[in-house]
Design a protein around this ligand. Structure first.
Ligand code: SAH
Length: 426
């Protein structure tokens, strides 16, 4: 699998007055593309719309509701492994096999609506649904392009946090790009999510819910192109997945375990993207998974990387790549090296050569991404000719390299505007 094009960039916060002007202009231009549907702003008939929030979990009754970051999300079936699901059901005074029934509905049939679970005794459906299938994320807005085959969703969590996911349908695959945190604490200056700071980690259930929503809509034929399945998942939405290790790892298992324990997506088709948290990369390498690792390098030299990816001040380029090569050795998977091309910042010929020096002969693939300028940023994408030369220099050294396509570029900006507007209380 090439991860070219499978990527989402998220702008979360608008901070300067100048930026607000720009945002307003773009909002007006792209407003028509927004689809705000229904009362809950969810596509009618979508699973998220079908399951109204159980009364017991009405937001005002959840401790910390409306105050992002102050409370834990409600427990969900997808948080639990098989033993945990059985224990949860038993605690409710129900026979353990009800956990398997629920799991088959959720992971196998892609329904979270207790009313459809007719093999459960009618009297117990609501109780089981309330206890184990609370609606964790409510689709607030949707933005589509490419005739509906690229779809961004802005989700509101139980505490008012916002996260985004993207579904991308290609002729040969369907990718869900998911968020692992609300906000991000890594502070990369070219990434607007990084500018907004970290609100909180998402729970496993909240991460899995993003994939579930796409999978369920695809299964019901609600995405143009007919019924389909999610084939790939990339952790390239909001957040640093390896800074939320336990929840992300459990989510990877739920996403990849075969039904009824999980959504049955191949581990090889899951990509975890990181700024380069070395101990966590090493820990992931020891998990005996075959997920792909993507490392957001963005510069071959420590001097520039210290600025572009501030965590580099803690773990230098050499240490990050050492861990990456150990990951490749442990898993047999080619590591994807992400490199956002920023005009006159990291796109010099000598940096292409330096990058090739680091990667030649390694189990690596370079994914060049034209910078998506964030509102108010002083940086912009590399000139196409410069980007071409950069690509050719790397390829000439025998290092596999692809340039991300521009699919969905239009909605990248608008998506961020929406989250920014929501964050500002708009
Ligand atoms: N925190 C993780 C995953 C989230 S971002 C990581 O850093 O890898 C996914 C990718 O998008 C990363 O490579 C990130 O550096 C890149 N990215 C973020 N903002 C961008 C922008 N404005 N333009 C281009 N790439 C961007």
């Amino acid at each position: 699998m090439e991860i070219i094009g499978e990527f989402c960039r998220i702008v979360t916060k608008v901070t300067t007055r100048h930026t607000l002007g720009l945002t307003t202009l773009r909002t007006i231009r792209q407003r028509e593309e927004w689809k705000t549907v229904g009362d809950n702003k969810v596509a009618p008939g979508s699973p998220s719309a079908a399951a109204a929030p159980p009364a017991a979990l009405a937001l005002e009754q959840v401790p910390g509701a409306g105050r992002p970051g102050r409370a834990r999300p409600p427990r969900h079936l997808a948080d639990l492994d098989a033993a945990g699901r059985r224990a949860a059901v038993t605690e409710l005074g129900q026979p353990g096999f009800r956990a398997d029934q629920l799991s088959r509905h959720y992971f196998g049939r892609l329904t979270d609506d207790p009313a459809e679970m007719t093999d459960l005794p009618a009297a117990q459906r609501a109780e089981l649904g309330t206890a184990l299938l609370p609606r964790l994320l409510t689709a607030e807005r949707e933005l589509t392009c490419d005739q509906g085959t690229t779809r961004k969703t802005l989700w509101r969590a139980f505490d008012g946090s916002y996260v985004e996911s993207v579904l991308m349908r290609y002729p040969d695959r369907i990718t869900m790009c998911v968020s692992s945190q609300a906000g991000c604490g890594m502070a990369c200056p070219f990434c607007a999510t990084g500018q907004a700071g970290l609100t909180r980690n998402l729970s496993t259930g909240e991460i899995v819910s993003q994939v579930f929503a796409g999978a369920a809509d695809l299964a019901r034929g609600q995405v143009p192109g007919g019924p389909g399945r999610v084939s790939n998942v990339v952790f390239m939405g909001m957040g640093e997945p390896l800074a939320n290790y336990a929840s992300v790892l459990a989510a990877v298992r739920r996403i990849t375990d075969p039904a009824p324990d999980g959504l049955g997506i191949s581990q090889r088709s899951v990509t975890v993207s990181t700024v380069g948290l070395v101990p966590a990369i090493r820990r992931l390498a020891a998990e005996q998974l075959s997920v792909r690792l993507a490392v957001s390098l963005h510069a071959p030299d420590d001097e520039l990387r210290d600025e572009l990816v501030p965590v580099n001040r803690r773990w230098k380029v050499a240490e990050v790549l050492d861990a990456a090569w150990d990951y490749a050795a442990a898993t047999g998977r080619r590591v994807s090296i992400e490199y956002a091309m920023i005009r006159d910042v990291n796109d010099h010929a000598w940096r292409a050569e330096a990058l090739a020096d680091l990667l030649a002969g390694r189990l690596a693939h370079v994914n060049l991404i034209p910078l998506n300028p964030t509102p108010g940023s002083r940086w912009t994408a590399s000139d196409p000719d410069v980007a071409r030369e950069f690509t050719e220099r790397i390829a000439a050294r025998g290092v596999p390299v692809t340039v991300r396509d521009t699919r969905g570029t239009e909605i990248d900006g608008a998506c961020g505007q929406l989250a920014g507007a929501q964050a500002a209380g708009g």
